[in-house]
Design a protein around this ligand. Structure first.
Ligand SMILES: Nc1ncnc2c1ncn2[C@@H]1O[C@H](COP(=O)(O)O)[C@@H](OP(=O)(O)O)[C@H]1O
Ligand SMILES: [Mg+2]
Ligand SMILES: [Mg+2]
Ligand SMILES: [Mg+2]
Length: 359
């Protein structure tokens, strides 16, 4: 079989994410976000449903044979016509002004009814065989609602291995060299000089480019920081204390000699931020033994960090394994770091988590 350089997949993924962020940005600026609580008590908004519809529609137009694992389902919209129509009005009005880009994505969706079926095409069970896309239409929905960081996330896995990853982060600075401010997770705006697309293809490095409204901007290569001394590190963690143990992270940081306060932000914007060298480490330390991470929360970020020269594993130093369905069944926690210090960080993670389990 001929090997692929995935250039078409990358272009479509970048455009699809860029178009979906036009929709999320319009919801971000509107007062009514149509928030519902899902069965796991996490929120979903009209932005999540709309972004998922737009991305799946673009994938189905270009790669009709591929399977799709996406976070949301249309059930709530089928039961609530008013909500369905609100999402439909957003979806039908979200058009890339660059005509060629809009038509590369297959143009607009046909109808509100079809939109629901399209949203439900993200119900693949995932697995170790074939081409499967993973979509998180809004990662960090809580951050999105709060006016913090969020990301529109898309990855292509082939036989369980991530080949292409794209993250759209409307509220991160465009410039790769802008250091992370402590309040980056709080005072988000998508004003001028904000909005970045991160991407990676396996074996081809990682890139960033400013978000635009259609024609893709030129990408530039990004790299993890060449950290030689781990005590100089800036580490990123979730805003939500329920998603990652901040106490464990503080202990680990202390043992590593890190004195800078952590940078808390929602979503895979954390992976993008360390891949461009704005931060150094991403620690996600399991809080509940029964929580299993979802593949759409990590697939794109995992590849982008590794292609930028970093290492991404779970707390036991195993690579994240995307071949076991919709969740990361075989992994607990995430530790992402520059290659030069990853081993040292893992050593301390094991020490801190290990001593806890003995108590
Ligand atoms: N108890 C838990 N532990 C870890 N992650 C959780 C969790 N409950 C929800 N999440 C996931 O954490 C993601 C946000 O991650 P972060 O804390 O890094 O911003 C959520 O994505 P969504 O916002 O897409 O639902 C959700 O999938
Ligand atoms: Mg969610
Ligand atoms: Mg998510
Ligand atoms: Mg989500």
């Amino acid at each position: 079989m001929a090997t692929s350089n995935y250039s078409r997949e990358l272009d479509i993924a970048l455009l699809a994410v860029q178009r979906a962020t036009l929709l999320t940005k319009s919801v971000f600026h509107s007062h009514a976000k149509g928030t519902l609580n899902k069965s796991d008590a996490s929120p979903v908004t009209i932005g999540d449903f709309g972004a998922q519809a737009l991305i799946i529609s673009a994938l189905q137009h270009n790669f009709p044979e591929d399977e799709i694992v996406a976070e949301e389902e249309a059930k709530d919209l089928r039961e609530n016509t008013q909500l369905r129509d609100t999402v439909w009005n957003l979806v039908k009005d979200t058009i890339l002004p660059h005509e060629q880009s809009q038509s590369a994505l297959g143009g607009s969706l046909p109808s509100a009814e079809r939109m629901l079926d399209i949203i439900d095409k993200g119900d693949s069970k995932g697995g170790a065989k074939g081409r499967i896309w993973a979509i998180d239409p809004i990662d960090g929905t809580k951050g999105f609602l709060r006016g913090g960081q969020y990301a529109v996330c898309l990855a292509l896995m082939v036989d369980g291995d991530v080949k292409v990853g794209v993250l759209g982060c409307p509220n991160l600075p465009v410039s790769d060299s802008e250091p992370l401010s402590e309040n980056i997770g709080a005072d988000a705006t998508d004003d001028e000089r904000k909005g970045v697309l991160f991407s990676a293809v396996q074996g081809q490095g990682a890139h960033s480019r400013p978000m635009s409204t259609g024609k893709l901007a030129e990408g530039q290569s990004i790299h993890m920081s060449p950290l030689s001394n781990v005590s100089d590190a800036t580490f990123c963690e979730s805003v939500e204390a329920a998603h990652s143990s901040q106490g464990d992270a503080a202990n680990i940081a202390k043992k590593l000699g890190i004195t800078k306060p952590s940078v808390r932000m929602d979503s895979q914007a954390k992976y993008g931020s360390i891949a461009r060298g704005a931060g150094d480490l991403y620690l996600r330390l399991p809080v509940r033994a029964d929580y299993v991470e979802k593949i759409w929360d990590h697939a794109a970020g995992d590849l982008i960090v590794r292609e930028a020269g970093g290492e991404v594993t779970d707390a036991e130093s195993n690579r994240l394994d995307f071949s076991h369905g919709r969740t990361l069944l075989r992994n607990k926690g995430v530790i992402a770091a520059p290659k030069s210090v990853h081993g040292k960080v893992i050593e301390v993670v094991k020490e801190v988590l290990g001593s806890k389990s003995k108590v």
